[in-house]
Design a protein around this ligand. Structure first.
Ligand code: FES
Length: 110
């Protein structure tokens, strides 16, 4: 086992988890609520600010327990923030609230 906590802490300011879970059932899922387009909007926003996979990681994840037909679930850690009903149009406002309009609230050293 390798403890890489310090190495990761030096690189990473935040980790954005985007639910892309889909299920074959009557219940709502992010996969059916536009997950593919929303996760691309998250990545694009970060790429445009040179923060994608440098200071901020993005991972697609399974159910975060915030299922909705209106949009998808996103969590930003370790900030302990949670969102549901997120659409691609919401992504700029959501990420600006976390990181600033130009991602200036991401650690300077990253
Ligand atoms: S399916 Fe995405 S939060 Fe449940």
């Amino acid at each position: 086992m390798n403890d890489r906590t310090e190495q990761h802490r030096e690189r990473l300011d935040a980790h954005v988890f985007v639910c892309t879970n889909d299920r074959d059932s009557e219940y709502a899922s992010c996969g059916a609520a536009g997950a593919e387009e929303t996760v691309e909007a998250v990545k694009d926003w970060l790429r445009e600010r040179d923060a994608f996979w440098t200071a901020v990681s993005v991972s697609e994840t399974t159910c975060l327990g915030l299922c909705s037909e209106e949009g998808i679930a996103i969590s930003i850690q370790p900030r302990n923030t949670w969102y549901s009903d997120v659409t691609p149009a919401d992504v700029p406002v959501l990420l600006e609230s976390a990181f600033g309009p130009d991602a200036e609230r991401i650690r300077d050293e990253c």
